[in-house]
Design a protein around this ligand. Structure first.
Ligand SMILES: Cc1ncc(COP(=O)(O)O)c(C=O)c1O
Length: 397
């Protein structure tokens, strides 16, 4: 079966993902994914921080089945109950006053950038520049590529959208230097996920918030990867004790059903008026049913708390492994259940491959950091399974 899928993929699918890992899954349950040949894998990547409540959570599946029987899509021409309820949920659970739904993380960031520009446009102030950080990742659309501090993503698409200025991460002076009288916003990830799970310094984030306030610049926090309990709080900005003017969410928000959100303070959100922004699919009854079900499971099962607790335990265990293999594991970092295990460069690919052969799914960031982003309802024994597999792999490489 796998060979047939591979052939179809090679023949008909655009080659954006190259040679994928040699497995196709046909069923999932909690942390487990079942391959079409019967092999069972443990999903420590969670679909890249998407499957926050695990695979096929019964409450999630039931909510989606029931929604499917009633209504999938109507359009933004009509009121949508689930959309209104999910917006309420997001607003009441965070520092935001309004939400807008779209279909992906990139689209959410695109919306955030548009909102920041619109905010100053409506005030008649000439501020169109966006500062972004080196090593960041904000998505694959043209505006978000222009805001992504990685040369290989930007190079083929030059000329990029103008008005994007890059600054070094974790350097307050770099932001000060990049700011001009035309700066509209600074967009940051508080933990740079794709870069290899690099948390920003607390002092940097807090100073940046104060500085933006002083200068009247908007702070956009991209919480596409860090949000929905991933980092041990509902959103990572809570860990830093700061309130963004705009933050975005996606990935875990729909538990696997595509949805993104732009969340903003009232004064900023008010800049979007009828016709200024829109979407066909964004926040449709099905996608927002998924968002409501994810929220329900996260709240009723205490998953933000579990993420903090299990994340702490995971880090402790990984640091013990690092102490046993200081030549192979060079750093362990993260918050909650977004964790990076940095491996000596010459061993990283082999460790990643070894984990896969031990049926542990992870990803390799920048060729040297194993990223872990499992379901937030992970148990201690599942963490131990990973630790045992990692130790075995480290002995082998
Ligand atoms: C921080 C961050 N922002 C934006 C995106 C883009 O999200 P999407 O792939 O849903 O467009 C990602 C995806 O990995 C991400 O990690």
């Amino acid at each position: 079966m796998l060979n047939e899928i591979k052939e179809l993929d090679k023949k008909y699918y655009m080659n954006t993902f190259g040679d994928r890992l040699p497995v196709a899954f046909e069923r999932g349950e909690g942390m487990k994914l079942y391959a079409d040949n019967g092999d069972v894998y443990y999903d420590f990547l969670g679909g890249i921080a998407v499957n926050a409540i695990g695979h096929c959570h019964p409450k999630f599946t039931a909510a989606l089945k029931s929604q499917l029987d009633r209504l999938v899509h109507t359009s933004s021409l009509y009121y949508i109950e689930n959309q209104a309820r999910l917006a309420k949920k997001l607003v009441e659970s965070t520092c935001a006053d309004k939400a807008f739904f779209c279909n992906s993380g990139a689209e959410a960031n695109e919306g955030a950038i548009k909102l920041a520009k619109m905010y100053f446009y409506k005030k008649g102030i000439d501020r169109k520049e966006i500062i972004y950080l080196d090593h960041s990742f904000h998505g694959r659309t043209l505006a978000t590529v222009a805001a992504t501090g990685q040369e290989h993503y930007q190079a083929p698409y030059r000329p990029l959208m103008p008005g994007f200025v890059m600054a070094e991460p974790n350097s307050f002076e770099a932001v000060e230097e990049a700011v001009t009288e035309h700066t509209a916003a600074v967009i940051i990830e508080l933990i740079q996920g794709e870069a290899g799970v690099f948390p920003m310094d607390m002092e940097y984030a807090q100073r940046l918030r104060e500085f933006c306030d002083e200068k009247g610049i908007l702070l956009i926090v991209d919480e596409v990867q860090t949000g929905m309990g991933r980092c041990g709080r509902l959103f990572a900005h809570e860990l830093y004790g700061i309130e963004p003017d705009i933050f975005t969410s996606a990935k875990a928000l729909g538990g696997g059903v595509p949805i993104g959100a732009v969340c903003a303070k009232a004064e900023v959100a008010a800049a979007f008026e009828p016709g200024d922004h829109g979407t066909t699919f964004g926040g449709n009854p099905f996608a927002t049913a998924a968002g409501l079900a994810v929220f329900d499971v996260i709240e009723s099962e205490g998953l933000v708390e579990n993420s903090a607790k299990m994340g702490e335990l995971f880090l402790v265990r990984l640091r013990e492994v690092m102490a046993q293999h200081p030549d192979k594991v060079t750093a362990v970092r993260g918050a909650g259940l977004l964790i990076g295990i940095e491996i000596a460069p010459e061993k990283a690919a082999a460790v990643f491959k070894g984990l896969h052969e031990h049926k542990m799914l992870t990803s390799l960031c920048k060729g040297r950091t194993i990223r872990i982003a499992p379901a937030l309802n992970i148990t201690k024994s599942e963490i131990e399974l990973f630790i045992n597999a990692l130790c075995a792999v480290l002995e082998e490489v």
